[in-house]
Write a protein that binds this ligand. Sequence first.
Ligand code: UDX
Ligand code: UDX
Ligand code: ADP
Length: 463
Amino acid sequence: MKIKNICCIGAGYVGGPTMAVIAAKCPEVNVTVVDLNAARIDAWNDADLSKLPVYEPGLDKIVEEARGRNLFFSTQVEEAISKAEMIFISVNTPTKTYGSGKGQAADLKYIELCARQIAAVSTTNKIVVEKSTLPVRTAEAIKSILDNTGNGVQFQVLSNPEFLAEGTAVADLLQPDRVLIGGEQTPEGKIAIQALVDVYASWVPAEKILTTNLWSSELSKLTANAFLAQRVSSINSISELCEKTGANVSEVARAIGMDSRIGPKFLSASVGFGGSCFQKDILNLVYIARSYGLAEVADYWEQVILMNDHQKNRFAKKIVRELYNTISGKKIIFLGWAFKKDTNDTRESAAIYVANLLLQEQAELAIYDPQVSEKQIKSDLTLYTDLDADVIANRVHVYKNTDNLFEAAHAIAVLTEWDEFKTYDWATIYKQVTKPAFVFDGRNILSKHELIEFGFKYFAIGS
Ligand code: UDX
Ligand code: UDX
Ligand code: ADP
């Protein structure tokens, strides 16, 4: 079976870049990305490529190549579903904020809405692909809705988890470590799997395309993110021990990373991991384990989150302690707000958590991030903290660039590892700030030796 028309529901961080790359690499396939959010679709269609709603290095070029040729962004959800043989579901699945599983389980209401819409509109057979991260066995639920509310057409549900990391999405999509496709092990299921394999085979080597049953595919996504997050929490736990003992976490990471069984990647100690996936997926894993009565498994993975909360907390407390246990009215600079460099995404960013704790101590925050807007920062603080509106309005100052940022600051905290922070003229900055001058490097990106020479009191993570 040859796919000619693909529809993707959800034009976000996953749907947008993934479909742009599929369209660029498969010029014979028409790809339509739909979203209910008209402003988002307008931004994807903006002639000015710097206005795309997702910032990713290289994405503008890919969109420019395919948009209008075989890549379309639209709010006409039903029309796009109706035309397509293959439909990707790429809508958001936030952690539930209400009811049973609140704070842990994934909220599947958007997924269910999509399934019902697909069932209502379809008059020809469809392959439905889960792209969003979902709890294990969601495919079964989708299939049940499709089969019981549809117009008698055949649906095949596939799981095709996304492994791209933000900031490197385009590179990860062009050269993935692997593509994973799960589906039913029936003749019809195998035909559907092969149809999706053929799409990826346009640019991904065959040996990197894995096919499994549905549940293995769904569980692999949660497990991959849980292992990755666990590495960060593991090295972060060692960073605290390093600070007590005189060991240096970078030296430890280098030494253990040379063991080929451990490997060197993903061992940077930091102020804590963020992003839309790690916490959500682990909470999901914990919830699923608990729902099967596996208390030890649930507790084991939950500790990865608890350690991450501790790391964020510890960073904020250290700032307060070093600034003589009072930061009331003091100007503290945040370099970075995004959850990692090279993205404008702020979901679960450690910066939000640290800012909350410092604002509770009545600090004045001066925040600069090269890609995050004032509106986004204030919205994060409004939605994800209990701070009063007047605190957010009056004590949070967002800068568009570094002009006057450093004047009379009591401390500088690095929250995101943007490359440009390394190139700043730190000798001049030293002259502008209040003395003693403190730098808290939550990403270990600045030169300790240089900063101390200029006169700063410099604090890294894990040394
Ligand atoms: C992650 C997975 O890597 C990706 O495969 C999956 O599809 C989605 O979730 P993402 O969240 O975009 O991707 O970024 P990632 O590079 O994994 O970083 C997550 C967080 O961990 C960031 O806050 C990052 O700063 C932090 N991190 C990562 C560290 O603190 N130290 C490290 O060594 C690596
Ligand atoms: C370990 C370290 O590997 C070695 O570097 C260190 O110097 C001493 O401790 P060892 O205990 O001899 O070496 O064997 P290892 O191969 O690490 O296995 C340890 C245990 O883990 C064994 O019981 C092994 O069966 C088990 N294991 C290992 C697993 O159950 N699964 C695995 O994937 C790997
Ligand atoms: P992700 O990181 O998973 O891509 P985003 O929040 O960036 O998450 O993107 C998800 C997108 O899905 C949002 O733009 C949202 O408007 C869209 N969306 C959610 N539900 C629906 C739906 N039923 N139909 C169309 N679009 C939807």
